[in-house]
Design a protein around this ligand. Sequence first.
Ligand code: MN
Length: 339
Amino acid sequence: MAVPSTAAATRRIAAASRTVAGVLSEAAEARATVVLSGHVNPDADALGSTLALAEGLRRRGALVLPTFPGTSALPASLGWLPGAEGFVPSSALPSSPDVFVSLDAASPGRLGELAGLLDTAGTSIVVDHHASNPGFGELRLVDPGAPATVALVADLLDDLGVAIDRRLATCLYAGLAADTGSFRFGNTRPSTHELAARLLATGIDHAAISRRLFDTAPFGWLGLLSVVTGRAVLEPDVGAGLVWTWSSSAEAAEHGLPAEQLEALVDVIRAAEEADVACVLKGQDDGSWSVSLRSRGGTDVARIASGLGGGGHTLAAGYSSYLDREKTIEALRQALAEA
Ligand code: MN
């Protein structure tokens, strides 16, 4: 569901972008230390926006430290992003950098162990596009109408006077294609295609980017998919209809897969037309469940997820549950029945 954009909102976002770019520009000229990070379990938008803004600021003179929260390695499926080899482990960061930039994180909690930098950095800046973002950080560039955080970063790079070349465009296109589902989701606007056209004009290999993002997985993925789709449950009477299934990092490992491969399962499950809401419970190593929700349009899953301690977008959201599997799905049934 696209957020209607008014002329006033567009002007407000453009002004916020110029303000943030002005602060970043001064920091870069002063050779300041800038830490940039996306959210836990980083995706293409989080990593693409982090790497693109880091590279832009580096070119302007800043001492950049791109990172991401958590102790796990970079998702293997995103290790090809230009500059990914330059990610700094979060344990190696200064405790009070001049500037901290949070990218694509809907809440401080999504920054994991890096959330403290919001307070300890000289200046904290939040760049995000989640509808559930409560507003945090000293300076904010938050636009729920933006299809991806990379779109906001593209504006920042323009305001910083950094030319978007093939390297930057590859990072930006990855986030844009991922968050719009290859320009299929309702968050895609005319300006989304205009940005995509600009990025393609730099000569990026967009077919290779899309193949890596959407059409590449180890053979074991097929086995995992058959098990997980085979146990899917349809509950047409819950809310506007619920289809759900579950897996776990341990089950992924049985198929020779890293836990990140669980993320794409919901994109298959949500095809069930009888259910407005699709849900995948992903068992984590610590025993908790990471819950992914998708809506076909009749349910605001950002609200459902927020009510259960998470957040996200109107049609794509998530949260963590520390209950067992049955109690987790029962709590979701209740939330959907009340929605
Ligand atoms: Mn995003």
